[in-house]
Ligand binder design. Structure first.
Ligand code: NAD
Ligand code: WQD
Length: 334
């Protein structure tokens, strides 16, 4: 019996594949390489010394995806495949709804048809929008401020209704906070195309000389130093959370959402300083206008994941920065 991993060549998916293989799971990776490269799969094999089946398939291609269900015995699905750039989702909402919502519908229909009713879904802290209070618990109000966020909320609603309709379904929706860092080998990590949207890849690209300076979006938020505060979580900790969720869905039914964060918030300037210490260099920066749609503070209450999944983040900000930097240097050299 294998775990089907959609989007397994991507940033979080690739790290999760390593943890799955190291834990002895058989996996099948499906990815259309829209935002990743096939080479990542070779690297996963190299790191783990384990082989696995991988297929270049768009999850919206029902016929191709169905072949995977026909040809293999699948026990559960970890569903990462999707589009994740907030700004792009505002420019091209249909594409986001098609991939994230319709792609999930195609997948769920096949899962129902082939009686595979266990899923771990990649949700996001974005489903809390601008939170009323921090730390954010799972029962906080859900809201979205952009099509990407709506697509995650819509999928959570679909999965909630699906689980309510048939007790055999067991679905964990993992609401990730801000994943950063990379595998300690430096072989895999986040590989954004073009100008990075997110803070850590931008910092590492300034450090390597690809970008001139960090633009800090807003210096007048109501935070300790005026810059935005987020809950940054090491991607390997996040990957391990998927294994705990996988164990959980074997035991219970229904739809359950979990925050995967550390419970600690760091400001943009604190992250810049932690990176400077890890890399032993200064990161030039300037404070510019706020980025539209950004919120001041966002961090998790991760107690539910600790209690119900027996999971908590172990890696601190120093390790996140050191690992992000090792990956950046290694990948820049090729
Ligand atoms: P990523 O872009 O690195 O990985 C997504 C993978 O899905 C890529 O390999 C991409 O090629 C693949 N993919 C995209 N569309 C596909 C399709 N139609 N068919 C098959 N494969 C397809 O992103 P990531 O950071 O690894 O994110 C994984 C998941 O986690 C996404 O669903 C994302 O929305 C969610 N998430 C990410 C973050 C984050 O900050 N990285 C935070 C919260 C939630
Ligand atoms: C972090 C902080 C910025 C870049 C996004 C998505 C969210 C989730 C994770 C998927 C903020 C500041 C950033 C830069 C900066 N993804 N910043 N200069 O916005 O918390 O979350 O990724 O689900 O949905 O919205 O992450 O890394 O973009 O920003 O000052 O060049 O860094 O303003 O305070 P964000 P981020």
């Amino acid at each position: 019996m294998a775990i089907l991993v959609t989007g397994g060549a991507g940033y979080i998916g690739s790290h999760t594949c390593i943890e799955l293989l190291n834990a002895g799971h058989e996996i099948i990776v499906v990815d259309n390489f829209y935002n990743s490269k096939p080479d990542v799969l070779k690297r996963i094999r190299k790191i783990t010394q384990r082989d696995f089946i991988s297929k270049e398939i768009d999850i919206q291609d029902k016929d191709e995806l169905e072949k995977v269900f026909i040809d293999h015995s699948i026990e559960a699905v970890i569903h990462f495949a999707g589009l994740k750039a907030v700004g792009e989702s505002v420019q091209n909402p249909l594409r986001y709804y098609e991939t994230n919502v319709n792609g999930t519908l195609v997948l769920c229909n096949l899962m129902a048809k082939y009686d595979v009713k266990r899923m771990v879904f990649s949700s996001s802290a974005t489903v809390y929008g601008n939170p009323d209070q921090v730390p954010i618990t799972e029962d906080s109000p859900l809201r979205a401020t952009n099509p990407y966020g709506w697509s995650k909320l819509m999928v959570e609603q679909i999965l909630t209704d699906l689980a309510a309709s048939d007790k055999e379904w067991s679905i964990s929706s993992l609401r990730y906070f801000n994943p950063i860092g990379a595998h300690a080998s430096g072989e895999i990590g986040e590989d954004p195309q073009g100008i990075p949207n997110n803070l850590m890849p931008f910092i590492t690209q300034v450090a390597i000389g690809k970008m001139n300076q960090l633009k800090v979006f807003g210096g007048n938020y109501d935070t300790s130093d005026g810059t935005g505060v987020r809950d940054y979580i090491h991607v390997v900790d996040l990957a391990q959370g998927h294994l705990r969720a996988l164990e959980k869905i074997q035991k219970i039914s229904g739809f359950h959402a979990y925050n995967l964060g550390t419970g600690k918030g760091y400001s943009v300037l604190e992250i810049k300083e932690a990176f400077e210490e890890a890399a032993g260099m200064k990161i030039p920066y300037s404070i510019v206008e706020r980025r539209p749609g950004d919120i001041a503070v966002c961090y998790a209450d991760p107690a539910k994941a600790k209690e119900e999944l027996n999971w908590e983040a172990a890696k601190g900000i120093k390790e996140m920065c050191a690992d992000a930097w090792r990956w950046q240097r290694k990948s820049f050299k090729g």
